[in-house]
Design a protein around this ligand. Structure first.
Ligand code: ATP
Ligand code: MG
Length: 307
């Protein structure tokens, strides 16, 4: 295969968030309200490229030089953080937060790592160019602001300094910078979120030119309590139980590691609450605080990739 372009292999089905509608998945994400608020505003700023110059005209009755600062950035937002901290979940649902808050439709597209191709020289650059052209045409066709998600971007946009880095990867970073630049110049309302779970893996040139970097972390005790309150609502638990669970799920030593590790959101939802649910359904019984505490006791945090 020599870079034949098949959008279906490279993009998942587009999701369109209707104006004023909030995806119910976003309501399940807890403890990151500030991050979601800031991200929503950053995306709105990208999706409405004339916002700053209109503001300048209205307030100062002219174009002030400060507005030019926007020319130095590309419409790229970076998500960094450990495994299971909500990066993918937030990226996939944030379009609906913008649609809800700012009352316009937002289209979300997700690019897969298939865009790397099979390793022929020049193949990835060609595929990436075709993929970006596809995103532009999808944005034009839909006529609405479009968010492109590049998940697991470290496999695509690794740091040039990383060992084993070959020419093709540098070309990938440069191609993306060029395309984002051209999107911005074309005034097409397209934003890109690139996601990485390895610290320092993303190319510094890309990070330097990005609009914003958001770091996702494993939940603190307060955030864990919020999570338990949200997921164990409507059962027989009270505030004291939630506090006890949040305390009982604090950091632990894991095998082979000297220091303490915190549980990730995914540990608490998928490896703790989900098996508990499965167990209770199987036994046809209520979930008790004792069985939750017992399960927590036997669970270790997942190892971190982000240190
Ligand atoms: N803030 C949160 N509140 C509630 N649940 C969360 C939160 N963050 C993550 N989760 C849950 O944890 C699971 C994993 O989240 P997600 O896939 O977004 O992690 P990730 O950061 O993309 O991890 P990876 O780097 O491994 O891809 C999902 O089931 C998600 O619902
Ligand atoms: Mg993910």
């Amino acid at each position: 295969m020599t870079g034949k372009f098949d959008p279906k292999a490279i993009f998942s089905t587009p999701i369109v968030a209707k104006s004023g509608e909030l995806d119910s998945r976003l309501k399940r994400v807890v403890g990151v309200d500030d991050l979601i608020t800031n991200l929503t505003e950053d995306l709105n700023f990208i999706f409405q490229p004339n916002l700053a110059s209109k503001w300048s005209d209205a307030i100062y009755k002219k174009q002030i030089p400060l507005v030019q600062i926007l020319e130095d950035f590309i419409p790229l937002i970076i998500f960094e953080g450990d495994v299971g901290t909500g990066k993918t979940e937030v990226a996939e649902t944030i379009g609906s937060s913008v649609a809800f808050k700012h009352k316009y439709e937002v289209q979300t597209l997700k690019m897969s790592t298939q865009v790397r191709g099979s390793g022929f020289v020049g193949e990835m650059t060609t595929l990436l160019s075709q993929a970006f052209d596809h995103v532009k045409s999808m944005a034009q066709k839909a006529g609405v602001p479009t968010l492109l998600i590049i998940d697991e971007a470290d496999s695509l946009l690794t740091s040039r300094a990383a060992s084993g880095q070959h020419h093709e990867d540098k070309a990938g970073v440069n191609t993306i910078i060029q395309h984002l630049d051209s999107m911005k110049k074309s005034k097409l309302p397209i934003a890109v979120i690139a996601i990485s779970n390895r610290s320092g893996a993303l190319d510094p040139a890309l990070k330097r030119r990005s609009t914003a970097i958001f770091t996702f972390e494993r939940p603190t005790e307060t955030q864990r309590k919020e999570l338990f309150k949200r997921f164990l609502d409507g059962m027989d638990f009270n505030d004291k139980d939630f506090s006890a669970l949040a305390k009982a799920s604090s950091e632990k030593k894991i095998a082979g590691k000297g220091e303490l590790s915190r549980f990730s959101y995914a540990d608490l939802t998928l490896r703790f609450l989900l098996p508990e649910l499965r167990h209770a359904v199987g036994a046809n019984k209520k979930i008790t605080i004792e069985s939750l505490a017992n399960r927590l006791n036997n669970l270790d945090p997942s190892p971190s990739l982000f240190e």
